[in-house]
Design a protein around this ligand. Sequence first.
Ligand SMILES: [Zn+2]
Length: 79
Amino acid sequence: MKKRFIAGAVCPKCSAMDRLVIFMQGDTTVRECVECGFTDSQKELEPQAELETRVNHVDDPVDATQPQDSDISPVRILH
Ligand SMILES: [Zn+2]
């Protein structure tokens, strides 16, 4: 897997700048601080690009749509 530095990113743990690398682990984006070892992972937040990629490569797109449905309720609470 390839890691790349995030320009201008600040580590939330040790506050070092330009020490965060980002890489993909499955469909999860992982950030890692090379300074203190902090890691943070989150699901890919770009559904448009993500969906097109999955439809091309994965037989079962249902898996991609279901987690998004559960994301609707917390958004509604904000409004
Ligand atoms: Zn750090």
